[in-house]
Design a binder for this molecule. Structure first.
Ligand code: SF4
Ligand code: SF4
Length: 449
């Protein structure tokens, strides 16, 4: 036990140290109720939609599958099941373009336009009647992953190793990335399910407290959750700051405690999860529904009709954009996820995956390229870094390939939040240097082995 206070510090909004305040741009979509995206003719289900081993197909080309039927098993412990988001026929199992830019294995499903699309749900179950390990297995087979964007398998976090204890679960309703509002709408529209999922997770990991962190720019979400919150669950208002949605910063903001370098929230007897994942857990337990769809924010100055859409997994981004009236002629870039940590897309012929929180369509004002100048040693990047790293110095040693110094400057702890790049007046692409440096260090270590 590492000295965690675990004491709630009261309802006053709080935050972590350092960080930045980018423009929120939430006004495009934060008041728009979630709408359902209709089924399209073809869904592309990538076997890698989560961190860890790809799922393993259990269907063959030509098979008829029902909506909600499992089509791939977990490919290992750090892996989850995959399900048909619609009733139809397996058309192919082949390589398709993934949002990460690679050609990866996918199950291609031709949807049946005449099917009722009734969900082939497993039976709902009483979470109090299953053991912790049964719950972990059900979460894994149900395909649950972190829906905040990272897509880390949720059952892994819910597996408490022998000798460890979880005192509290921390639920992330921060959504600090500019433009994104999918979590905000979910908290406003399904607060009971977020609370229900939180209580189920608490029960499963043996925690007696749950803290839901929400920034104060979402007062309606705070109000809705507080009204639905039951015993042991507290809604913690937080000051608006980026990157507060990162696990370690969220823990620091709520408890004032630091997760040790290289450590996990579990080292502080905590488990962190996302509000969307909690609603999905409630769906799994109370409705027997696996993860087959997610809320996606389609937003930005270059989309004609911004929306928060509930989208079947595997739906092409191009179809989602079309549903929102299409792109404006001013479009310069389409990003999956938020603009700080998301991925710019070269092609719109990629599908929505479990980690697709947003489709952000930017114009030339938002994507203006700035000319890079030499470092003026202003120190702003150091003040911005939530991990208290020295990004200017790190960029320099990466540039000159001083690989032996990388670990002295804690390069591998950088989680690529882009705060340093955002504040740099010389427009130095600091986060790119961090990525380059990490790749260099991995190669260097592999070479030494
Ligand atoms: S990208 Fe890395 S170095 Fe830059 S602010 Fe974020 S954590 Fe710090
Ligand atoms: S913010 Fe940019 S200019 Fe300022 S110290 Fe950091 S790298 Fe140098």
């Amino acid at each position: 036990m590492s000295g965690l206070s675990h004491s709630w510090q009261g309802p006053e909004p709080r935050s972590f140290l350092h960080g930045i305040h980018p423009a929120g741009h939430k006004e495009y979509s934060h008041k728009l109720a979630i709408e359902r995206m209709p089924f399209v003719g073809e869904l592309v289900l990538h076997l890698s939609q989560h961190i860890g081993a790809p799922a393993r197909p259990i269907v063959a080309v030509g098979d008829r599958v029902e909506r909600g039927q499992r089509v791939a098993d977990p490919g290992g412990f750090v892996s989850v099941g995959l399900h048909a988001p619609a009733t139809g026929t397996i058309k192919a199992i082949e390589k398709r373009l993934h949002p990460n830019g690679k050609l990866l294995d996918a199950i291609v499903l031709e949807t049946d336009p005449f099917a009722s699309q009734r969900l082939l749900a497993a039976a709902p179950f009483d979470p109090a009647a299953v053991t912790a390990s049964e719950m972990v297995e059900r979460m894994q087979l149900g395909g649950l992953v972190g829906l905040g964007g990272a897509a880390f398998p949720s059952h892994v976090k819910a597996s408490v190793p022998k000798g460890k204890e979880v005192k509290a679960v921390v639920i992330n309703g921060v959504e600090c990335e500019p433009f994104l509002t999918c979590d905000h709408r979910l908290m406003v529209e399904r607060p009971q399910d977020v609370i229900r999922g939180t209580r189920i997770l608490m029960q499963s990991v043996g925690a007696d407290r749950g803290y839901i962190g929400v920034e104060i720019n979402k007062p309606d979400a705070i109000e809705a959750l507080a009204a639905a919150a039951s015993d042991g669950v507290v809604v913690q208002p937080l000051k608006v700051k980026y990157p507060q949605g990162a696990e370690k910063q969220l823990i620091k903001a709520i408890f004032g405690d630091e997760v040790p370098e290289g450590g996990l929230p579990l080292d502080l007897e905590l488990v962190v999860n996302n509000v969307g994942t909690m609603a999905a857990l409630a769906d799994l337990v109370d409705r027997g529904a696996p993860l087959i769809e997610r809320v996606v924010t389609v937003t930005g100055p270059a989309i004609k009709q911004p929306k928060n859409l509930l989208v079947p997994l595997g739906t092409p981004i191009s179809a989602v954009i079309e549903r929102c009236g299409g792109l404006t002629p001013s479009v310069k870039q389409v990003i999956l996820g938020g603009p700080m940590t998301g991925m710019a897309q070269k092609s719109l012929d990629v599908p929505v995956v479990k980690g697709t929180s947003g489709i952000v369509c930017l114009d030339s004002v938002e994507v203006a390229t700035r000319e890079e100048y030499p470092c003026i040693r202003c120190g702003r990047c150091v003040e911005a870094c939530p991990l208290f790293l020295n990004p200017a110095r790190l960029a320099q040693i990466v540039k000159y390939e001083k690989v032996d110094l990388f670990e002295d400057y804690h390069l591998m702890t950088c989680f690529e939040c882009s705060s340093c790049s955002f504040v740099c007046p010389s427009a130095i692409p600091l986060v790119q240097y961090m990525r380059m440096g990490k790749a260099m260090l991995r190669k260097h270590k592999a070479h030494k082995r």
